[in-house]
Design a protein around this ligand. Structure first.
Ligand code: KIV
Length: 264
């Protein structure tokens, strides 16, 4: 099936149209999101919102492949990006072997790799071997334990300059696009201006080339906490609870099933 977006169309969007991406973890929701956004990201955030783990670090390659297959099945025409989980891209050889595994077992179009300049050679190795790579710079959730928390970047000169250098290095290595997470709006704008590939922001202000949100955050389904950058477009948790409560009440009262739900 023809994809609605390609690497070329996404790259040429820079400066022309804003790109939208949303995470998806399963076929059903992927099919609902498919026509509304340019890209679906099977983010390792699924380890938190889907599996209930406290961070993304315990996500495995098999887990990511399982969910990416589901998303590709539900949205066969969508451009799908699979996040490479923590510990699966430590060396360039390991990164290539694992990314090939993703491409073999799913119909993902690209992988996403967290990391800056120190990972540029590794990104180059994947790109040279026909694996499209989306970078991820700024706040990197896979570094939460080594950093001692989620730290917004760009509030000091050192991190401001470092994130720009990271973005440039990942672009030079051949990435087709970048996610930039958890940075000041000034740094979001500076990185967007510094590279010629599309920069997709999350908690990075309004002046990036596009935005990404985690689907369960933006639909108001994930209640544990709400980061500052999240806008809830629906109060999903309240709607779901209300529907399930009504169902349970109707079963208890005998109102469900009614005559129209019975076979004759
Ligand atoms: O895992 C994820 O959902 C992500 C987004 C937050 C960009 O990496």
């Amino acid at each position: 099936m023809r994809k609605t977006e390609t690497i070329a169309s996404l790259k040429s969007a820079k400066g022309e149209r804003r790109l939208t991406m949303i995470t998806a973890y399963d076929a059903l929701f992927a099919s609902l999101f498919a026509e509304e956004v340019e890209m679906l990201l099977v983010g390792d955030s699924l380890n938190m919102s889907f599996l209930g783990e406290p961070d993304t670090l315990s996500a495995t390659l098999d887990q990511m492949i399982y969910h990416t297959r589901a998303v590709c099945n539900g949205a066969p025409a969508s451009f799908v990006v699979c996040d490479m989980p923590f510990g699966t891209t430590n060396t360039k050889e390991e990164a290539l072997a694992n990314a090939v595994e993703v491409f073999r077992r799913t119909r993902a179009d690209a992988v996403k790799i967290e990391g800056g300049a120190s990972r540029a050679e590794l990104v180059r190795h994947l790109v040279d071997n026909a694996i499209a790579v989306m970078g991820h710079v700024g706040l990197m959730p896979q570094s939460v334990r080594s950093e001692g928390g989620y730290r917004v970047q760009g509030r000091d000169e050192e991190s401001f300059a470092r994130v720009i250098a990271d973005a440039k290095a990942i672009e030079e290595a051949g990435a087709f696009s970048l996610v930039i997470e958890g940075v000041t709006p000034e740094l979001g704008r500076a990185v967007t201006e510094a590279v010629s590939i599309p920069v997709i922001g999350i908690g990075a202000g309004a002046e990036t080339d596009g935005q990404v949100l985690v689907w369960s955050d933006m639909l108001g389904l994930f209640e544990a906490f709400k980061p500052k950058f999240v806008k809830r477009y629906m109060e999903g948790a309240a709607l779901v609870k209300e529907a399930v409560r009504t169902y349970a009440q109707e079963v208890r009262s005998g109102a469900f099933p009614a005559e129209e739900h019975c076979y004759r």
